[in-house]
Design a protein around this ligand. Structure first.
Ligand code: T4K
Length: 387
């Protein structure tokens, strides 16, 4: 491991980078190559490659069982799964979402002609603040999309109470939260439905993919219709639909990765513990923690540079990048400061002080089974030096 003790050891100042190859945030977790090969061979034999093939059906059954829900409808990616869920539950007008999330949460609404209204977050949990949600309700509000940011569950009891009081729909963007739970309910079973991303960068991936999970039979049926152009049997279209089908090759990866998921989560947890030890004693730095009671997947290693930290956040990211450690500034600058929302609501930031402050102090660090152990020590050296 390259030891970084002084500023002149930093690659940003001309020293060689700590790692010859880039260490990424979001490196895909890949299950057994041999097992995947076997499943792909069967695709060649069957010549069934998409349109609800045997692997997709098997995956849906396994995922539903895992999440403890009646239905898990696989979709070709998480964003389209969100759009379908939004239409299927009948959202319209305005929908309250956090701004501190990946842009897809907001775009899925505006793509459906719905106005995302951004509510502020709790600076401790990074999730929607129920009091802020209440402040953003208008007569045009039709629903709330909670996000389980970093895989930590949104405050479901409070959001459900607000939804009940104001007769709003409540659904979740559970893109980060695969495998988690809240108060004994597995993620997938909260709200009217929960939407997953199985993108390559997620703890559990199907290359590209997503799903809508629900216990509502009628809603599941609508999602299935919408996913397949609105077809109900041959030649009979009964709904305005789109093409949200998952391919067999993606489902095959999903089946293989499901078998390996415990190893992925164990590796993430071990890395998180190593980061905890490595950062011990660094003043003005906080590592986001996970509550084991929520059976977290420990995917995101999130640090906050607190007031008093000596170096601006962007310079810390630049120093890490120069060492070939591709740390990220997720979810800077917040959806409200990206287009089209920045142009539409130039003063939204006034209602989002915690979002703006957090977006300016977070860094997301690499994780996953392939993470070189030395990387954690080097990162700790760098952030200690710059503290
Ligand atoms: N809601 C939330 C809360 C989400 O976080 C997301 C997705 C969605 C909805 C939408 O779900 P999807 O429609 O994507 O299924 C990445 C992912 O593309 C995106 O799926 C994810 N959230 C978001 C948090 O991260 P970018 O723009 O950061 O991607 P990119 O290309 O910069 O890749 C991230 C890192 O991963 C890079 O350092 C390289 C590495 N990487 C990536 C890929 C694709 C690899 O090493 N190999 C790969 O194959 O958005």
């Amino acid at each position: 491991m390259k030891s970084i003790r002084t500023a002149s050891d930093l690659a940003i100042h001309g020293a060689p980078p700590a790692f010859a190859e880039i260490v990424h945030v979001g490196r895909p977790n890949m299950g057994s190559r041999a097992r995947f090969g076997e499943l792909v061979a069967r695709i060649f034999e069957n010549r069934w490659v998409t349109n609800h093939g045997p692997y997709v059906l098997e995956l849906e059954e396994r995922l539903a069982e895992r999440m403890g829900v009646r239905h898990c409808v696989c979709i070709c990616n998480g964003t389209l799964a969100l759009e379908i869920a939004i239409r299927a539950v009948g959202l319209s007008g305005e929908v309250i979402v956090p701004s501190y999330t990946f842009i897809a949460t907001a775009h899925a609404l505006s793509w459906q002609g719905i106005t995302p209204v951004f509510a502020d977050i709790d600076p401790v949990t990074h999730n929607l603040d129920p009091a802020a949600v209440r402040r953003m309700i208008t007569p045009r509000t039709s629903g709330i999309i909670g996000v389980h940011l970093w895989g930590r569950p949104a405050p479901h009891a409070e959001l459900a109470e607000i939804a009940r009081e104001h007769r709003l729909q409540l659904i979740y963007d559970a893109a980060h939260a695969f495998g988690g739970s809240l108060d004994g309910i597995r993620i997938g079973g909260l709200g009217r439905c929960e939407v997953f991303s199985f993108h390559a960068t997620k703890v559990y991936n199907t290359f590209e993919g997503g799903a809508v999970a629900t216990n509502d039979d009628e809603l599941a049926q609508t999602v299935r219709l919408m996913r397949n152009f609105g077809f109900s049997g041959y030649d009979n279209v009964i709904y305005p639909g789109t093409n949200g089908k998952m391919t067999e090759i993606c489902a095959a990866m999903g089946l293989v990765n499901l078998e390996c998921l415990p190893q992925f989560v164990a590796a993430n947890r071990a890395n998180h513990q190593r980061y905890q030890r490595a950062f011990d004693g660094i003043a003005q730095l906080a590592l986001l923690d996970y509550d084991p009671a929520h059976s977290p997947n420990y995917q995101y290693i999130v640090i906050e540079l607190l007031p008093g930290y000596a170096t601006p956040r962007d310079q810390v990211v630049a120093a890490l990048n120069a060492e070939n450690i591709l740390a990220r500034k997720y979810f800077w600058p917040g959806c409200h400061r990206m287009q089209p929302y920045r142009g539409l609501y130039p003063h939204a930031g006034l209602m989002l002080p915690h979002t703006q402050a957090l977006a300016d102090r977070v860094i997301v660090l690499p994780n996953g089974p392939e993470l070189p152990e030395a990387c954690i020590g080097t990162i700790a050296d760098i952030v200690r030096l710059l503290a």
